[in-house]
Design a binder for this molecule. Structure first.
Ligand code: M6R
Length: 589
C-alpha cells in the first residue's frame, strides 16, 4: 500500500502536499516524492522517510499551485530513488503517482518497449505515464489519453496524473482508495481524508472506475465504464484534524491506545435499526462466517467465543486469506460478516467477492467509511473509531469487540443492557490507560526488553486475547511472542521454557483454577509469570490488575498488553508507529 495526494488551487502546492504526505506516511515509508507545475514540471524524490528526505531536499521548496505526491511501500521494484514516485513519460511531460498493482504491467510494458519507450524504473506505475504519452502522440488530448490508458489497466489503482502543458489534475480509482476534498480555494485528492482534513471537511468518495478532472474551472467526474458524467454527492465528515494528529502524545500508538476510553463508547453508539437488521440477518441465516485478517481476525475469533457462550450459536471463523477453502459451504442463505479496520485489505475484499458470487449476504464491520469494503458489502456497520494512523491496530480492535458484543446482547433481546455495560467500561479503560498504569507497565517492559522469546496463555476468551497480545508484541517490538490455549503449551512447546522465560497469563474468574495450574506448570520449569488478572496470585512474578469484565474481558485485558508492546518498542529504540516491513493495510494477496 502507498499513499498519494494531489492539489490544484490558489495556494502553493508543495507545502500542502508535504503535510499531506506526512499524514499518509503510515501507508508506506520506503521513499517519497513530489511533483509540481508552474512554468514547467518540477520533481523531487528520494529513498527514506519523509522528514529525512525533507531535510535533504527541502520538499516544500518547489514552485507551483498544482502538484502530486507519493509515499511508497514497495511492491514492483526495489527501494531505490529511481523507483520512487512520481514517474514520468519519455520526455518528462506527464507525471503520475499510483497506489495499487497493475497486473498486466509486463504485457503493456512489452508493447511500449516495442514502440521505443524508454523506461527508467522497475515499477508497474511508470507504464501509465508512457501509455498516456503514447496516446497523446496519436492526437488525443490529455484527458482522453488518460482515460484510454486507464481502460487498458488490469489490477487495482488509485492514480493522480498531471501534464506539463495544462492546469489539470486527473484522479482515478479502481480497487484502491481515493477521496476528493473540496476546499474553498481548490481541490484535493488523496488516499485518505486526514491528508487534507486541515483544509476541508467536504469530501467526495470516488467509486471504482471514476475519473475526476479537477481544474480552475471546477470538478467533473466521469465513470469510464460508460463514459458518462456522474454526480457524486459531497459528504461532510464529522471528525476533525485533532483526531488525526498526535497532540500531546509522542506517538500515534499511545494516543490511539488512550483514545479507547472514548472509542469503545463510540462503537456502541449505533442506529438501533441497523443493529436490528443485522440481528435479523443473523437469525435467518443458515451458516454464518466471520472473516478478517490479522487483528480483525482475532476480533472475529473472540466474537465466536462470545456468540457460543451467550447465544449458543456456532460461528465459522476463517482467516480471509483461507476463505477460498470454504467456498463449497457457501449458499445464498449463508451470512458472511467481514471485519476490517481499513476496508481495503485485499484478502478480505477477495473473500467478500467470492461470497457474493455464491449469492451470500455480506455485512461488514468497518472503520473507514467510503472504503472498498463498505461499497461491496450489502450493508455495513461503522466502528466510529476515528482515524487509526499507527500501523498497529489498537482502538479498532476494541471497537470491533465492543460491536460484536453489542450484537450478541441484541440477539438475546438485551440490547439496552449490553449498551449500558459497554458504555460503563469507560471507567475501567480510564484506569487501565492512566499514567499510573503506564508507569507500572513500563517497569515490566524494562524487565522484558532484552528477552528474545515470550509466551502467552489463556483459556476460552482469554486464549483469543493471548493471540492478539502476541501479535501486538511481535509486530512492534520484534520480540518473538507465541500464544497458546492454556492446556496446549504442555503438549510440546513447554520444552522451550527455561529459567526466566516470560509467560503472560490471562485469567478470568471463570477459568482461574485451570489457567493458574497451567501457570504453575510453567513456573516450575523456571518461567517468569506475568498475570493479567482480576486477583493477585502467588504464582505471579508480576501482576497487572484487570478487573473482571466477563464477556467484556477481551476489551479490558488487551489494553495493558497494548501498552506493554508500545513500551517495549520505545525502550528498544524502535518507532512504534512505523514497524519494519509493515503497512497499515495490506492491499496485496
Ligand atoms: O484493515 P484491516 O483490519 O483489514 O487489517 C487487517 C490486518 O492487516 C491488520 O489487523 C494487521 O494485522 C495490523 N498490523 C495489526 O496490528
Amino acid at each position: 500500500m502507498c499513499g498519494i495526494i494531489g492539489y490544484i488551487g490558489k495556494q502553493e502546492a508543495a507545502p500542502l502536499l508535504f503535510n499531506g504526505l506526512k499524514r499518509l506516511e503510515y501507508r508506506g515509508y520506503d521513499s517519497a516524492g513530489i511533483a509540481t507545475l508552474d512554468s514547467g514540471l518540477h520533481i523531487k524524490k528520494e529513498v527514506g522517510r519523509i522528514d529525512d528526505i525533507h531535510s535533504k531536499l527541502n520538499l516544500t521548496d518547489i514552485p507551483g499551485t498544482l502538484g502530486i505526491a507519493h509515499t511508497r511501500w514497495a511492491t514492483h521494484g526495489g527501494v531505490t530513488k529511481t523507483n520512487a514516485h512520481p514517474h514520468v513519460d519519455c520526455n518528462g511531460n506527464i507525471a503520475v503517482v499510483h497506489n495499487g498493482i497493475i497486473e498486466n504491467y509486463q504485457e503493456l510494458r512489452n508493447s511500449l518497449d516495442s514502440s521505443n519507450h524508454q523506461f527508467k524504473s522497475e515499477t508497474d506505475t511508470e507504464i501509465i505515464s508512457h501509455l498516456i504519452e503514447d496516446t497523446m502522440k496519436k492526437g488525443y488530448n490529455f484527458e482522453d489519453a488518460t482515460i484510454s490508458a486507464l481502460k487498458s489497466l488490469e489490477g487495482s489503482y488509485a492514480v493522480m496524473v498531471m501534464n506539463k502543458d495544462e492546469r489539470k489534475l486527473i484522479a482515478a480509482r479502481k480497487g484502491s482508495p481515493l477521496v476528493l476534498g473540496v476546499a474553498n480555494d481548490g481541490y484535493f485528492g488523496a488516499s485518505d481524508i486526514p491528508a487534507f482534513l486541515e483544509h476541508t471537511k467536504d469530501v467526495v468518495y470516488m467509486h471504482d472506475f471514476d475519473v475526476a478532472v479537477m481544474s480552475d474551472e471546477g470538478l467533473k467526474i466521469l465513470n469510464i465504464l460508460d463514459n458518462k458524467q456522474v454526480d457524486r454527492k459531497i459528504d461532510t465528515i464529522e471528525w476533525d484534524i485533532a483526531q488525526a494528529e498526535k497532540g500531546e502524545f509522542q506517538h500515534f500508538m499511545l494516543k490511539e491506545i488512550s483514545e479507547q476510553v472514548d472509542t469503545v463508547q463510540m462503537a456502541v453508539q449505533q442506529d438501533k435499526k441497523i443493529i436490528d437488521d443485522v440481528v435479523n440477518d443473523i437469525k435467518n441465516a443458515h451458516g454464518i462466517f466471520f472473516i478478517g485478517s490479522g487483528t480483525s481476525y482475532n476480533a472475529c475469533l473472540a466474537a465466536s467465543y462470545i456468540f457460543s457462550k451467550i447465544n449458543k450459536m456456532h460461528i465459522n471463523v476463517v482467516l480471509a486469506s483461507e476463505f477460498p477453502n470454504y467456498g463449497h459451504f457457501l449458499t445464498p442463505k449463508t451470512l458472511v460478516i467481514a471485519v476490517s479496520q481499513s476496508g481495503e485489505t485485499a484478502d478480505v475484499l477477495d473473500a467478500v467477492k467470492s461470497a457474493k458470487e455464491r449469492g451470500c449476504k455480506v455485512i461488514s464491520i468497518v472503520n473507514v467509511i467510503g472504503s472498498s469494503l463498505t461499497r461491496t458489502s450489502d450493508s455495513f456497520i461503522s466502528l466510529n473509531a476515528g482515524p487509526e494512523i499507527c500501523v498497529l491496530a489498537t482502538k479498532s480492535y476494541t471497537s470491533q469487540l465492543a460491536l460484536f458484543t453489542l450484537l450478541s446482547y441484541a440477539l438475546t433481546g438485551s440490547y439496552d443492557e449490553g449498551k449500558a455495560k459497554l458504555t460503563y467500561l469507560w471507567n475501567v479503560i480510564y484506569q487501565l490507560t492512566s499514567a499510573t498504569m503506564r508507569n507500572k507497565i513500563k517497569e515490566l517492559a524494562e524487565k522484558l526488553k532484552g528477552k528474545n522469546n515470550l509466551f502467552l496463555i489463556g483459556r476460552g476468551l482469554q486464549y483469543t486475547t493471548a493471540l492478539e497480545a502476541a501479535l501486538k508484541i511481535k509486530e512492534v517490538s520484534y520480540i518473538h511472542a507465541e500464544a497458546f490455549a492454556g492446556g496446549e503449551l504442555k503438549h510440546g512447546t513447554i520444552a522451550l521454557i527455561e529459567k526466566g522465560t516470560p509467560c503472560i497469563v490471562f485469567v478470568s474468574s471463570e477459568n482461574e483454577k485451570q489457567i493458574i495450574s497451567n501457570a504453575i506448570e510453567i513456573k516450575s520449569r523456571g518461567g517468569y509469570i506475568i498475570g493479567v488478572s482480576p486477583r493477585n496470585n502467588e504464582v505471579f512474578d508480576f501482576w497487572i490488575k484487570a478487573p473482571e469484565a466477563n464477556s467484556e474481558n477481551p476489551i479490558v485485558q488487551i489494553i495493558p498488553i497494548q501498552i506493554l508492546a508500545y513500551q517495549l518498542a520505545v525502550l528498544r529504540g524502535l518507532d512504534p508507529d512505523r514497524p519494519r516491513n509493515l503497512a497499515k493495510s495490506v492491499t496485496v494477496n
